[in-house]
Design a protein around this ligand. Structure first.
Ligand code: ZN
Ligand code: ZN
Length: 339
């Protein structure tokens, strides 16, 4: 089968690789759509922290935001899965450690991360193997674009849940990328008053089209006297964590989901003296089921976030940071490995 393989920083190609064979408890999936995201870009360029930490090595098979259909199962595996339309958890916990037993397999120290850490090839390929216990069925009426956005959706839903916002709460989201815009949609659905700050006007405009009433240039929002009940940092800028803490109201909540390429400085006195709750979010895992429900009910329609859908051959160009000549305003690039 064909797969996108990164052999060294900024060196990648579509290669013919060995067909995958599902082991006991595993599903073989025909991949229909895969999103590429900031994590993929960092892995491609070699800047991802996991590389320095020795958690992943080249060659790498990327792709962790995906949907597809089960076409075969491994030995001793329920064949009722065959034909199901699924997505899967990125975080494959060991199932036996104290974190897994407590339902927090996304922080299992022995986990595989699909398409990210060593040993588990990702979805930027014609086929993918995943354990059945980490698969989630997606109803047929959910669009293929939305189905491939369940993974970023789960991250955004968790960020919004951690922000504690409800009807009438004032939420500021820093960063109108896919995570920020999905968080805006989830927060609007909860009745929050959503404010969105970013640098790119086309992304802020898309936010307004999705119903966000207030948008700002992030370079100027630090000057405002306004304070928000909660702030979500969904940027990759090392200056944003301190900005988020500055802009949150006393006794408010700050949620960190964006990752900068280096450490950020924050003054913990601002957190203590403001009685601020600061929360970090890693992974979509506990948010996947809720996201599928909200996409399936129509409460959230994320399709406008997809700017373009490309084939495997164009992936390296997009990971270099280029935008397609016909790309729309949406920040998400989707890949159809069958193109
Ligand atoms: Zn991602
Ligand atoms: Zn574990």
């Amino acid at each position: 089968m064909r797969a996108f393989v990164v052999t060294a920083p900024r060196q990648a190609s579509v290669q013919e690789v060995d067909d995958l064979v599902p082991a006991a408890g595993e599903l073989l999936v025909d991949v229909e759509r895969v999103g590429i995201c900031g994590t993929d870009i960092e892995l491609y360029t070699g800047e991802m922290a996991y590389i320095d930490q020795g958690l992943t090595h080249f060659p790498l098979r990327l792709g962790h935001e995906w949907t597809g259909r089960v076409i075969a199962v491994g030995p001793d595996t329920d064949d009722a899965w065959i034909g199901s339309r699924i997505t899967g958890d990125t975080m494959l916990g060991c199932g036996a450690c104290k974190f897994c037993l407590a339902g927090k397999h996304h922080v299992c120290p022995f986990r595989h991360e699909v398409g990210i850490t060593d040993g588990w090839p990702g979805a930027l390929a014609e086929q993918l193997v995943v354990p059945a216990r980490f698969a989630h069925v997606i109803p047929e009426h959910v669009s293929v674009s939305a189905a491939a956005m369940v993974e970023p959706g789960g991250n955004s839903l968790r960020a919004v849940e951690a922000s504690g916002v409800g009807p009438g709460s004032r939420l500021l989201i820093l960063g109108p990328g896919t995570i920020g815009l999905l968080a805006a949609q989830f927060a609007l659905a909860r009745g929050a008053e959503v404010h969105l700050a970013g640098t790119r006007e086309s992304s802020l405009r898309l936010g307004r089209e999705l119903g966000v009433p207030y948008t700002y240039d992030i370079r100027q929002i630090g000057d405002t006297e306004d304070r928000f009940d909660a702030v979500i940092d969904a940027t990759s800028a090392d200056s944003s964590p301190a900005l988020a803490i500055k802009l949150v109201e006393s006794a408010g909540r700050v949620v960190f989901i964006g990752l900068s390429s280096g450490p950020s400085l924050v003054d913990s006195r601002d957190i203590a003296l403001g009685d601020v709750t600061a929360v970090g979010i890693l992974s979509a895992s506990p948010g996947l089921a809720g996201t599928i429900e909200l996409f399936a009910s129509g409460a959230i329609v994320p399709d406008a976030l997809v700017g373009e859908t490309i084939g495997l051959d164009a992936v390296a160009d997009r990971l270099e940071g280029n935008r397609g000549p016909h790309a729309g305003a949406g920040p998400k690039v989707h890949v159809d490995p069958r193109i």
